[in-house]
Design a protein around this ligand. Structure first.
Ligand code: FDP
Length: 297
């Protein structure tokens, strides 16, 4: 079954946003071959942009603006939320055009992450209408969730997204993907990782959040980019990375936390807000929250 048929029963405006982004993603997947190397620009976080970061960001912004499907657009590559006049709906989207882009030059998987809101995007993640991501790996895959299950599609040789797996539920599994330097981990986090290792969890960390979480969604376990010495807010962005991926994993029966409580209840104060992230199976997320609680008692 193709994506447009699968998504047919959802609200027209939300459905059209997912389909529009799926069309842009097809163009992005073809863009890697000709847009290599770094750009001479930095994003709002001071990170050097890749040529693909800049191009994918501009493409998503222009196609979504021209579609008149969204009123608000926040991009990880832009300092402010963009407002589009003349939009047919009040949908707001958050976009990480190319997550994991420092891996483009070594041909590892990267992806586009999108959160979809009714109105203001500076809202807690649990108010999302839905979320989706596209993973550009050996295959290009699209995963979406509009609060009726999490579904995976694979792009075929004619450029159609075809259903791969429906109503995905995160299994129990023993993979851990831990970000940040081990020497900078804070004591509770260090003990948490120690417990996983003692239980035989296998380390698998590629450096691409979207790809690492996709693996956890399908194989179980936990991804974490924690608070660490020198950066108590961690590295990942609440609005562009943690909330949409956390929403999808939660809807698949998993959970997402900042280590102390549910991450999807956090109301962002700024588009650039960072947050410590634990995302994966309920078992692992319950464990880190319990360990933090015990530590503060
Ligand atoms: P990138 O800098 O390549 O865009 O937040 C972005 C991110 O990648 C995530 O995709 C990834 O999980 C993380 O940063 C990798 O950070 P480290 O290099 O510190 O592992």
């Amino acid at each position: 079954m193709k994506l447009d048929a699968h998504i047919a029963s959802h609200n027209e405006d939300v459905k059209q946003v997912v389909l529009c982004i799926s069309e842009v993603a097809k163009k992005i997947s073809k863009g890697f071959a000709t847009r290599r190397g770094t750009s001479d620009t930095s994003n709002v976080y001071g990170e050097q942009q890749q040529a693909m970061d800049v191009w994918a960001d501009e493409l998503l912004i222009s196609e979504l603006r021209d579609s008149k499907l969204v009123q608000y657009l926040a991009s990880e590559e832009q300092p402010d939320v963009l407002t589009f006049e003349g939009s047919a709906s009040n949908i707001g989207v958050t976009i990480d055009p190319l997550d994991g882009s420092s891996l483009i030059d070594v041909n590892l998987a990267v992806g586009t992450i999108v959160g979809i809101y009714r109105g203001d995007v500076l809202s807690p993640g649990n108010e999302m209408l839905g979320a989706m991501y596209v993973l550009y790996g050996p295959l290009t895959t699209l995963t979406y969730c509009l609060r009726k299950g999490v579904h995976d599609f694979t792009m075929d040789d004619r450029g159609n997204f075809v259903l791969q797996e429906e109503n995905i539920l995160i299994p129990e599994g023993k993979i851990y993907a831990p970000g940040a330097l081990r020497r900078d981990w804070l004591p509770v986090h260090r003990r948490f990782i120690g417990k996983l290792e003692a239980e035989g969890y296998k380390l698998r960390y590629s450096g691409s959040f979207v790809a690492d979480v996709h693996q956890i969604l399908h194989k179980g376990g936990v991804f974490t980019y924690p608070a660490y010495a020198g950066r108590e807010q961690g590295k990942l962005r609440l609005l562009f990375e943690a909330a949409p991926m956390g929403f999808i994993v939660s809807q698949a029966g998993g959970a997402v936390s900042d280590g102390r409580s549910e991450l999807l209840t956090i109301k962002p104060e700024a588009v650039s807000q960072r947050v410590p992230v634990y995302i994966g199976g309920k078992k692992e997320i319950t464990l880190i929250e319990r360990m933090h609680k015990e530590n503060s008692e």
